[in-house]
Design a protein around this ligand. Structure first.
Ligand code: ADP
Ligand code: MG
Length: 448
């Protein structure tokens, strides 16, 4: 029989070489525990480590271990404070994992539900619409498009719809996928006639189709064509379709008009960054959910300052909670200020890690235009807007002076730069699509 301990050693070495720094710290804490009924049991020294490792690294570990073994290997995480779990506890863990009901709709991630989504001023309309859809799939708001910047809860709501329907209408066939996976699967299917017909059959036979991040379909002409036909077939037979996108449909470029028209049918709802009170409610619920103990004053500090999106808010909570566990004492306000430097960007504290090149790169990707056009002189409406936004973000996120920004934008003068900054400032509050673009690009830059 294969030696799972050796396989784990090899997998750990590989993961420590390839994973980002943030994940490596969790891998280092894992010990190989035993092999139970073909499953690999790995242990961590506390429940917190176990949960965090499971959440952040399970997929990486499973993929690597199965790759090395040449077949699927089930991974079971356990807590072993003395680094030696008794056979009994392991047996229990293995059994528990095995007897958990497995939904037939395996593409859904069970951690997302309406119950653990905090609806606030920024999201109540989207939240309520999603609930109505989940309660009456295919009859109200079909299709529905949820749009908004990164980390605002699009995936959470989309998966919640799937999980709710799965629970209340177990006979319904639900597929959750990302536009990227849909594209890859479609490309794979082109290899043979059988594959293409089973691909078509799979997507055209569902009751509920949930596709995340459809902005990925820009420039993917054949995939758009395939989705167009899938969409029509499902729509005509009153099957529910829900999509998410990082911007309003009108802002998508290189997507055929007929597909855009389909996406715009039904209901389009947006998610905005949450206000302070909603951030507090979300932070408190995340602490309850994950067992973090963070002082109220520190929570207030976090929520006043981490205002980009919910993913950053979660990241800040995890960082502080991990820190508290590592040093073995509660986090004070001073420690929080020190630890959260990376999450907090205010105009006064500019982020030296963000360069003008990065801003132009992200803005060009968002508007689907060329980077050299942003630096250049084209008067095309889309390019001019992308240029104004790049300059505005450079003035907001970097510490360069307006003249320095001008130099880095192919020698534009100070007044041109000032004009762009003022232009965006003047429309930011009134123009939804500009605000959406600025928020999305900004969040992406801050995350990277
Ligand atoms: P998006 O898909 O818009 O980039 P996600 O749905 O992945 O964002 O959300 C990022 C993280 O924030 C997830 O862990 C999600 O559970 C959490 N989250 C986002 N919005 C909320 C909310 N309103 N209440 C609770 N958790 C939220
Ligand atoms: Mg998402």
């Amino acid at each position: 029989m294969e030696n799972l301990s050796n396989i784990w050693q090899e997998a750990a070495d590989h993961l420590l070489q390839t994973l980002p720094e943030a994940k490596k710290q969790w891998i280092k804490r894992i010990s190989f525990e035993s092999e139970e009924n073909g499953a690999m049991v790995l242990s961590l020294s506390s429940n917190f480590y176990k949960e965090t490792t499971e959440k952040n690294c399970r997929a990486d570990i499973e993929n690597t271990v199965s790759e090395i073994a040449g077949h699927d290997i089930q991974i079971v995480f356990t807590v072993n404070t003395a680094k030696k779990a008794t056979a009994k506890t392991i047996q229990k863990t293995v059994k528990k994992e095995k007897t958990e009901p497995v939904s037939k709709n395996t593409t859904l991630n069970k951690q997302y539900s309406f119950d653990n989504f905090i609806s606030g001023d920024n999201s109540s309309f989207a939240f309520n619409a999603c609930k109505v859809i989940a309660q009456n799939p295919g009859t109200s708001f079909n299709p529905c498009l949820i749009y908004g910047g990164v980390g605002l809860g699009k995936t959470h709501l989309l998966e919640s719809i799937g999980n709710y329907i799965d629970e209340h209408n177990p006979k319904m066939k639900i597929i959750y996928t990302t536009a990227e996976s849909f594209t890859n699967e479609f490309i794979d299917s082109l290899l043979s006639k059988e594959k293409i017909s089973s691909f078509k059959a799979k997507y055209r036979s569902v009751d509920v189709l949930l596709i995340d991040d459809i902005h990925f379909l820009q420039k993917k002409d054949s995939t758009q064509e395939e989705l167009f036909h899938t969409f029509n077939e499902l729509y005509d037979s009153h099957k529910q379709i829900v999509l998410t996108c990082d911007r309003p449909i009108t802002e998508l470029t290189d997507i055929t008009d007929r597909l855009k028209t389909r996406f715009r049918k039904g209901l389009n709802v947006d998610l905005q960054p949450p206000a302070y009170e909603t951030r507090m409610a979300i932070a408190m619920q995340k602490c309850r959910e994950k067992g973090y103990e963070i002082d109220q004053k520190v929570l207030e500090y976090i929520c006043q300052n981490v205002n980009t999106n919910v993913r950053d808010l979660e990241g800040a909570l995890t960082t502080l909670s991990s820190f508290a566990t590592l040093v073995g004492k509660p986090v004070t306000l001073d420690i929080a200020k020190e630890q959260l430097k990376n999450f907090i960007v205010s105009p006064a504290i500019k982020n030296s890690d963000i360069s003008i090149d990065m801003i132009i790169h992200s803005t060009a990707a968002y508007f689907n235009v060329k980077e050299y056009d942003i630096r250049g002189k084209s008067r095309n409406k889309n390019i001019t807007l992308a240029r104004h936004i790049s300059i505005y973000l450079a003035s907001e996120l970097t510490s360069y002076s307006l003249s320095e920004i001008g130099k880095m934008m192919n020698g534009k003068d100070h007044t041109t730069i000032m004009y762009s900054v003022e232009k965006i400032k003047s429309i930011l509050d009134t123009d939804d699509s500009v605000r959406q673009a600025v928020n999305t690009i900004k969040s992406e830059l801050l995350q990277s």
